[in-house]
Design a protein around this ligand. Structure first.
Ligand code: NDP
Length: 318
């Protein structure tokens, strides 16, 4: 397909969550004239979160969408060229790098900051999508607080689910853990913790049939996979913890990744295995996954890109 426009930028930022916007704020203030491509979900995962109460600087809390709007305005204030669209192709083999937005608009970039984030995996049932943000969540640390003293369910049986269940058990009256097999995938220590927490009840061989409630979650209908019996549990919150997927498929085969697809960065920096390409936020972090840690690595990526460009300039002058 022929390209309809072409731009050359010292710094292309792909993604618009806290990592991408923070990288944009730093890069634009450093005079890198960044072009930022927002991606399929402008604002990232936080735009599907209700209140954010753990991001420093908002003593009264703020909604996820409002916070992302603040970050966006801050990035634009310093001249970030923010564009709608999705990077559909990228060539990291030759410098300057070349990216195509929506298959038509070309961006030539001296450096690239990847801030494409990760997406929570969902069960895929209708009620889950309908009640998302109204009792259905994929982040206990973000939303658990709202269920203090209430009853919730966590679906999943890996380390994330075990961690979320343990976290929620400290806040909630009762936590059901819905495990689809007769065993958990979580590490032994996490399983031990879950099984020894009095207010966590593990329901084995249990799958989610439907989340119940018209406007907010009021319950869940679960099905026993062995005998096919169903039961309804009264709950106020439903937490999906069946894993995350980093949004990195565009870079497969070019950038070093771990088995789950998270981009590998050099320790203590955001450098990838391709010189001039930096990765930040959840695309390279499967451990912390917080808005504030994503913002921190976004800042690092912009500083790394700035230093890289300065070094290249010195090399060219020598
Ligand atoms: P995992 O892929 O390890 O686990 C996903 C879990 O969700 C599995 O138990 C799986 O069940 C279950 N699941 C998947 N699909 C469904 C479904 N449709 N219905 C019900 N259950 C479902 O993901 P995690 O996010 O837990 O962990 C990812 C990686 O991050 C792991 O390597 C983990 O060790 C690591 N991690 C480490 C932490 C730590 O060290 N503190 C904390 C969190 C994560 P099944 O087992 O039947 O396939």
């Amino acid at each position: 397909m022929p390209t309809t426009s072409s731009t050359h930028t010292p710094c292309l930022i792909i993604g618009s969550g806290p990592a991408g916007y923070t990288a944009a704020i730093y890069a634009s203030r450093a005079g890198l004239k960044p072009v930022q491509i927002q991606g399929p979900q402008p604002g990232g995962q936080l735009t599907i979160t209700s209140d954010v109460e753990n991001f420093p600087g908002y003593p009264e809390g703020i909604t996820g969408p409002a916070m992302m709007e603040d970050l966006k305005r801050q990035a634009e204030r310093f001249g970030t060229d923010l564009r709608y669209g999705m990077v559909t192709q990228v060539d990291l083999n030759t410098r300057p790098f070349r990216a195509l937005v929506d298959d038509t608009d070309e961006v030539i970039a001296d450096t690239i900051i990847i801030a494409t984030g990760a997406s929570a995996k969902w069960l895929g049932i209708e009620s889950e999508a309908r009640l998302n943000g109204h009792g259905v969540s994929a982040c206990a640390v973000c939303d658990g607080f709202f269920y203090r003293g209430r009853t919730v369910a966590v679906v999943g049986a890996g380390d994330t689910a075990a961690e979320e269940a343990s976290y929620l058990a400290k806040l909630c009256k009762k936590v059901y853990m819905l495990v689809r097999r007769d065993q958990m995938r979580a590490s032994t220590i996490m399983q031990h913790r879950v099984l020894n927490t009095p207010n966590i009840e593990v329901l084995w061989n249990t799958e989610t049939d439907e989340i119940l409630g018209d406007d907010v979650v009021t319950g869940v209908r679960v099905k026993n996979r062995i005998d096919g019996s169903t039961q309804e549990l009264e709950i106020d919150g439903f937490f999906v913890a069946i894993g995350h997927e980093p949004n990195t498929s565009l870079f497969k085969g070019t950038l070093d990744m771990d088995q789950a697809g998270y981009i590998i960065t050099q320790h203590g920096s955001t450098k990838t295995n391709v010189e001039g390409v930096f990765a930040c936020g959840d695309a390279q972090d499967n451990i912390y996954r917080q808005a504030i840690t994503a913002a921190g690595t976004g800042c690092m990526a912009a500083l790394d890109a700035e230093r890289y460009l300065a070094e290249k300039e010195v090399e060219e002058l020598a």
